[in-house]
Ligand binder design. Structure first.
Ligand code: ATP
Ligand code: MG
Length: 327
């Protein structure tokens, strides 16, 4: 039986994320990079922590974002979307000097992606402690952390304070390690990661990140190592191959993928995570929460734009009814 008390209940307070809020602008054609004039489409609201929170709110969870945007239309687009979808935006600060962060993306023919980012020198990295941030953290029941936060000093500074505070009031923590193989993990990031793992209830790795997170080769060895360090549940995301849940108590649930035509894979993992955390916190059992999460991830890849396909409970119910699954 999966652990029904894995995450703190909804009644304890909102699920929050802390991190980058961006717009994404996409190339319409596939190919290498941006070295010639080309058609672009966007801006789309983006940033992994924001996508997660948007899906969490859309499915009916109480959710809030801590972040920073510029005093510009890209910022207003993001805040407006999160607000429309029911998220608490009170802890998103508006920076009057720096512009909202952005990511230009173009898919290559082999599905690899080329990016031009403006994050480090944008409002996205200028997250700081404000009274509104303190107030949201004080009433939060769950913190979701993206691994990318570990290499963003301003974001890490808030997470370091928020994580123990939320835990001290009985809240829970989920972590999407986002340890992509092209990412170099220096000693400091590794130390932060290990510190966070000790506080993590739910880990949401994708593919080979499971072994990278545990620093151990072999799926089951990696799971054992993570469970020894206090993780209570691991949900492994496997793209079009579906997902698998592993509990520290030996639970194992397979979640076959829904059959969809993938238009834009970005944001699938964040929608999956947002839906899963919201459902578990609303008291939906692990198997059904996994179904909603799989539907949220699959539905999102059928939309162009990283959070355009985040679905409401009703939309996901329709999607589940209408979409065949692998098994
Ligand atoms: P990203 O970081 O790009 O947002 P991720 O690598 O964290 O994604 P994925 O494994 O790509 O996460 O996607 C999360 C979940 O969404 C999968 O486990 C699966 O349930 C669903 N999903 C993603 N892509 C597809 C697809 N092409 N077809 C069906 N389901 C999908
Ligand atoms: Mg991901």
């Amino acid at each position: 039986m999966p652990d029904s008390s894995l995450l703190a209940p909804e009644s304890l307070g909102a699920t929050i994320s802390i991190g980058e809020i961006l717009v994404e602008i996409m190339a319409v054609t596939r190919g290498a990079g941006f070295l010639e004039p080309q058609e672009l489409i966007g801006p789309y609201p983006s940033g992994a922590p924001a996508i997660f929170i948007d899906q969490c709110a859309r499915i009916g969870g109480s959710a809030g974002a801590v972040g920073s945007v510029g005093d510009d239309d890209f910022g207003r687009l993001n805040v407006g979307r999160l607000q429309r979808d029911g998220a608490d935006v009170s802890a998103i600060r508006v920076d009057t000097v720096y512009p909202t962060g952005s990511a230009f993306v173009r898919y290559r023919t082999d599905d690899a992606r080329d990016f031009v980012y403006n994050i480090a020198h944008s409002a996205a990295e200028r997250i700081e402690w404000t009274d509104a941030v303190g107030a949201l953290i004080a009433r939060a029941g769950h913190l979701h952390v993206m691994g990318t936060a570990l290499s963003m000093p301003s974001v890490w500074a808030l997470i370091e304070v928020a994580a123990p505070r939320i835990r001290a009031r009985g809240g829970s923590i989920s972590l999407d390690p986002n340890l992509r193989k092209e990412l170099t993990v220096d000693e400091q990031v590794r130390a932060r990661f290990e510190h966070l793992i000790e506080m993590t209830d739910l880990l949401l790795p994708s593919g080979e990140e499971l072994e990278r997170a545990a620093c151990v080769a072999g799926k089951y060895q990696a799971l054992d190592t993570l469970f020894e360090h206090g993780v209570r549940e691991v949900v492994l995301k496997r793209g079009a191959d579906g997902a698998q849940l592993f509990g520290r108590d030996g639970t194992c649930i397979e979640a076959p993928a829904f059959h969809v035509c993938e238009l834009d894979p970005t944001g699938a993992g964040d929608c999956f995570g947002g839906a899963y955390v919201a459902c578990r916190r609303l008291g939906i059992d692990a198997a059904e929460s996994l179904t909603y999460a799989s539907a949220a991830g699959a539905r999102n890849v059928t939309y162009r734009g990283p959070m355009e396909g985040a679905g409401s409970r009703e939309e996901l119910n329709d999607f589940i009814r209408q979409t065949p699954r692998s098994r």
